[in-house]
Design a protein around this ligand. Structure first.
Ligand SMILES: C[S@@+](CC[C@H](N)C(=O)[O-])C[C@H]1O[C@@H](n2cnc3c(N)ncnc32)[C@H](O)[C@@H]1O
Length: 243
């Protein structure tokens, strides 16, 4: 990524380019670097939104589609009721999501992949029964605007679950996070010439608001309830919101 330094906040276009660039390796690296655990955390995040058969859900910043596909299995009803919209601004990530869905024809009627910007959603007010963001909020350049858009498109009482990395407060856990990212993630990404792209992870986590600040931002965006649940000793967190 061509920001002046890794710690500088990138622009929307730079974030989009980064996720287009890493798309071919993104799923494989997620599996290796989390030893497959990211699927467990994603399932935990989905459970907080309580998806029901026939619901209409939004998976924002859907990337290659993991969470949207898990959601589709939950909302898929008879007579093709239930719908999940996977929205992302990276066309390369969406292309992978579409390809993955081809292998799951029974899920196709319930899934719509749509290119769009999380800061300006092309949906009517109160469209969705629930919504998820997995590892996306940290990457949007305007978090309050993203939360405000989520709030707008959600039905009253709708639930949102936002899974992401988190900067732990404990110094030793912070040191572990630094070590893991600098000495494991970046060197592995380097094998595919994606060193610079993955060096972006640590500063993005350092910039990302702490759980209590995330709660305050969500309440300011209009949510009636907001709770941040640290997981993995605070290395990650799930922000759960109700409209
Ligand atoms: C780390 S990936 C997460 C993908 C997927 N949700 C997952 O958990 O595997 C972050 C995604 O957010 C998307 N993204 C970042 N900012 C966005 C924005 N403003 N609008 C739409 N998508 C955005 C990126 O294109 C990327 O696919």
């Amino acid at each position: 990524m061509n920001t002046n330094s890794a710690s500088e906040q990138p622009s929307d276009i730079q974030v989009q380019q980064l996720f287009n660039q890493i798309a071919p390796m993104y799923d494989r690296l997620n599996d290796w670097l989390s030893l497959g655990q990211h699927r467990v955390w994603k399932k935990m995040a989905i459970a907080w939104t309580n998806p029901k058969v026939g619901d209409t859900f939004l998976d924002l910043c859907c990337g290659s589609g993991d969470v949207a596909m898990m959601l589709a299995k939950k909302i898929a009803g008879k007579n093709k009721t239930g719908k999940v919209f996977g929205v992302d601004f990276s066309e390369s990530q969406l292309a992978i999501a579409r390809k993955r869905t081809e292998a799951l024809p029974y899920l196709q009627p319930y899934l719509t992949w749509q290119q769009g910007n999380a800061l300006n959603l092309e949906f009517e007010d109160q469209t969705f029964d629930g919504a998820t963001i997995s590892y996306g909020l940290r990457n949007v350049i305007d978090i309050p605007q993203c939360l405000s858009e989520l709030h707008r498109v959600l039905k009253i009482e709708g639930m949102v679950s936002i899974l992401d990395f988190h900067r732990p407060q404990n110094l030793q856990t912070q040191q572990f996070q630094d070590f893991y990212l600098n000495n494991l993630v970046v060197p592995i990404a380097k094998l595919w010439n994606l060193e610079q792209e993955y060096a972006y992870l640590l500063p993005s986590i350092q910039r990302f608001p702490h759980g209590s600040t995330q709660v305050n931002l969500a309440i300011a965006a209009g949510f009636s309830e907001a709770t941040h649940y640290p997981i993995m000793s605070g290395l990650m967190g799930i922000l759960v919101l109700r409209k």
